[in-house]
Write a protein that binds this ligand. Structure first.
Ligand SMILES: Nc1ncnc2c1ncn2[C@@H]1O[C@H](COP(=O)(O)OP(=O)(O)OP(=O)(O)O)[C@@H](O)[C@H]1O
Ligand SMILES: [Mg+2]
Length: 340
């Protein structure tokens, strides 16, 4: 990879980091990707969400010039991946390039080598390596050879290595799978910081919460097709209304509370099997004010109340008919090897 200063002007002008149309990939008679369109606006985080074997890694590999599409076209900042793969490669970073990391060298040495390969001076390379190790909380382990690193440390080093060049578009294939919660949060912070400083991130995930936390827009893919696309809020809204959860202080009030809920919200409510908790769908979260006033007037004290949007889990279930960790788990091991 060359220094990409020459690309900066072009990148800053491009409105779309990724424009993919009708991508298809067949492996034998397995249609792994079946007509995927993706549009990722520059400067945003885009999440591709789907269960094992959905076609996430295969899609990313096509976008990143690592795999040729059978059908369809992809433009990265306006450059066609089939016609200008060398330009595209200077604009992107893909995590998963750790094949080239040397096991016998320390984390510092590996990062310095990457930096030198990218054209940084000796002093710059040293500083860059130190900065990145600090940012990824690897300073403690910096001098140890890589073969003694845990999986989470490796993944962090891998992301660090791919960031040396600070590419305008970064593909992260399941960046936090298998990380502990603290490390995952660090990774999220880093991803947010990347976007604040001008990069675009396309990440895949099986974690609904991750897409919810990070992504400006999400494509849900299942069996090689985009089954839903939009902002997190749009996807949640497409599933329906918010839901109201009410706990009543005195169990003897439950029936009158329920009648009040149904009268004010004009809906059917349900009482939880354990009793004491009323749930009801709400078209408009704003109506909760009227309800609270009505309950106060009826002298029904509340223990707890919440209005919740549907979770992405519920969204996924509604769209695909199965949960995010659904029925495709068996297909994954082989796919993981390929994607790594
Ligand atoms: N190189 C390959 N050769 C043959 N089949 C492949 C290859 N790569 C992927 N596949 C198949 O294509 C389908 C999609 O795989 P892919 O790796 O893109 O899924 P994924 O969404 O990334 O899944 P995971 O969440 O498990 O990583 C799977 O059925 C997989 O077995
Ligand atoms: Mg994958």
């Amino acid at each position: 990879m060359n220094n990409m200063n020459g690309m900066e002007r072009k990148t800053a002008q491009g409105e779309w980091a990724v424009e993919a149309r009708g991508l298809v990939k067949n492996f034998g008679d397995n249609r792994a990707v079946d007509g995927v369109d993706l549009n990722v606006r520059a400067g945003t985080i885009y999440g591709v969400l789907g269960p094992n074997g959905a076609g996430k890694t295969t899609t990313i590999r096509m976008l990143a010039t690592l795999l040729r599409a059978d059908e369809g076209t992809t433009r990265i900042f306006g450059y066609d991946v089939a016609k200008d793969p060398n330009i595209v490669r200077q604009l992107i970073g893909v995590t998963g390039q750790y094949a080239s990391v040397d096991e016998s060298l320390s984390a510092t040495e590996n990062l310095i080598i990457f930096s030198r390969l990218l054209g940084l001076s000796r002093a710059e390379a040293k500083r860059k390596a130190a900065d990145l190790l600090e940012e990824f909380s690897l300073t403690e382990a910096a001098k140890r050879p890589l073969k003694n690193f845990s999986g989470g440390m490796r993944r962090r080093l891998d992301l660090a290595a791919s960031l040396i060049a600070q590419p305008p578009l970064i593909f992260l294939d399941e960046p936090t799978t298998g990380l502990d919660p603290r490390t995952r949060n660090q990774m999220w912070d880093t991803i947010r910081r990347l976007v604040k400083t001008g990069s675009t991130v396309l990440l895949t995930t099986q974690y609904l919460q991750e897409a919810d936390e990070l992504a400006d827009r999400i494509a849900v893919i299942d069996h090689g097709r985009v089954v839903a696309e939009g902002t997190v809020n749009e996807l949640k809204a497409s599933v329906g209304t918010s839901s109201l959860h009410l706990s009543i202080q005195n169990p003897q009030d439950i029936q009158s509370a329920r009648r009040t809920v149904e009268r004010v919200l004009q809906v059917q409510s349900a009482v939880s099997p354990e009793g004491g908790k009323i749930t009801a769908p709400m078209a408009d979260a704003d109506r909760v004010t009227d309800l609270l006033i009505a309950l106060r007037e009826a002298r029904i004290p509340l223990a707890e109340m919440s209005v919740q949007k549907p979770t992405l889990d519920e969204v996924f279930l509604t769209i695909t008919g199965h949960g995010a960790d659904g029925d495709a788990t068996q297909a994954s091991d082989e796919a993981k090897e390929v994607g790594a």
